[in-house]
Ligand binder design. Structure first.
Ligand SMILES: [Ca+2]
Ligand SMILES: [Ca+2]
Length: 421
């Protein structure tokens, strides 16, 4: 065991912490004078190719609408040039234009190209520039896409990672592959929910992910991000209650954000026994065993797998806010933000790990290394809560560098300067 972890540490030091170059910038029309309500189809984003040429780079504009009294508020249209834009096709106030910071190039020495009616220089303030153009008959779009999505397989794919879901249950993620890993293999067996709900003066109810109903109600794919919208619910018809969850998965080239809104119809303090317990998390495949596991509730990292977690003593009073895995099959950080209302009630998320060599069907690989979080459900009042998850797929890092990894992969509002040419 000593040898194995020693080898792994050597490996991690060899491959550590290349900058992710993953930041996505969002730009709004009020930052670009004269751009408000122009037809989205007329926009192009360019960088300098050489002294006389510009080349198009990938971008998208997500239109926002409020349908069904706010039930859907994400973008309905990511610009891919091929379809007629919806709903109004105009770049309106709260609609972001997204691009990758790393796509910036050198400064354009020429004047406004003849084909452009409007031409703006975006100074990214990191030594690099981009050029936003609007024209009634714009040139070709960039063919490059940082994201791909197969709606039939429910599979998201980028240059960095692959994430897939059970085709019959949109909530059950069963694929996570790190393409840049030394040994790129799917390390995820299944997303799991293992709850034992003890209802006062009633019988206990176990809920696992297979007993939840879920549905992908929509998705929107652009070259910079994919929004995948899922609804999940559990029908507790004998007590006439339906707990519901709405999860919008936002996929970016090297990370994902998953805000989950839960509508909880059960009033914990009055309806649940304190024995109510459970865990929600990821059952990793054996491929992940041997990876270095670390979290904000540990003093020291440890090696994942084969029952070794019995040595692991989480600091019980500390709330879980992130955990990380790094190893030959891939490296990632998962950040978890609790709902502030729950925090105020003293409801904390805690790290929970279930390891067993026994089969725990339904799943693909026998045995489980289930890493997730638990919460004191009996303290949660009836109401609506939001828990935010963010997962960064990194090439490799040392335990302790998680904050820095999380900071390198994010959405930033454009803060450079813009001038019209
Ligand atoms: Ca619009
Ligand atoms: Ca398993």
């Amino acid at each position: 065991m000593v040898n194995r972890s020693f080898t792994l540490w050597i490996f991690i030091f060899l491959f550590l912490s290349l900058p992710l170059k993953a930041k996505v910038i969002e730009l709004y029309p009020n930052q670009v004078s004269g751009s408000m309500s122009l037809l989205i189809q007329g926009f192009r984003l360019y960088r300098v190719k050489n002294q006389t040429e510009l080349e198009p780079i990938p971008f998208q504009i997500d239109e926002k609408v409020d349908l069904e009294q706010g039930k859907r508020n994400w973008a309905l249209y990511a610009f891919d040039g091929g379809k007629i834009p919806r709903p109004n096709g105009l770049w309106d106030g709260d609609e972001p234009l997204l691009f990758l910071e790393k796509d910036g190039g050198s400064i354009w020495q020429g004047s406004k190209p003849e084909a452009s009616k409007f031409f703006w220089e975006l100074d990214l303030k990191n030594g690099f520039y981009l050029y936003l153009s609007w024209s009634e008959s714009p040139g070709p779009l960039s063919q490059k896409k940082y994201l791909d999505f197969d709606p039939k397989k429910d599979l998201v794919s980028t240059e960095i990672y692959e994430v897939g879901f059970d085709s019959k249950n949109a909530l059950i993620q069963d694929r996570m592959l790190f393409k840049k890993a030394v040994m790129p293999k799917n390390i995820l067996d299944r997303f799991k929910v293992r709850l034992n709900i003890a209802i006062r003066n009633f019988f206990d109810l176990s809920v696992n992910e297979d007993g939840l109903k879920s549905k992908r109600v929509g998705y929107q794919l652009g070259p910079i991000r994919l929004i995948r919208e899922v609804r999940a619910w559990k029908n507790l018809s004998f007590i006439k209650l339906i707990p519901k969850t709405k999860i919008d998965y936002y996929y970016y080239p090297s990370w994902a954000e998953m805000p989950a809104t839960v509508n909880n119809p059960l009033d914990g303090p009055s309806q649940l026994d304190p024995e109510t317990s459970g865990v929600m998390g990821m059952d990793f495949r054996r491929m992940a065993a041997g990876s270095v596991f670390f979290s904000n509730v540990q003093e020291k990292p440890w090696i994942l797998g084969k029952g070794r977690s019995e040595n692991f003593l989480p600091q019980a009073k500390k709330a879980l806010s992130w955990f990380s895995l790094s190893g030959l099959a891939g490296s990632m950080v998962l950040k978890i933000d609790n709902d502030p209302k729950l925090e105020a009630l003293g409801v904390q998320l805690s790290l929970n790990i279930l390891e067993s060599l026994e089969a725990a069907p339904p799943e693909n690989e026998k045995g489980q290394i289930l890493i997730g979080f638990s919460m004191p459900f009996h303290k949660i009042p009836k109401g609506r809560y939001q828990i935010k998850l963010k997962q960064v797929f990194a090439k490799g890092f040392k335990p302790g560098e998680e904050e820095s990894i999380l900071n390198q992969a994010k959405l930033l509002k454009f803060e450079g300067s813009i001038r019209a040419l």
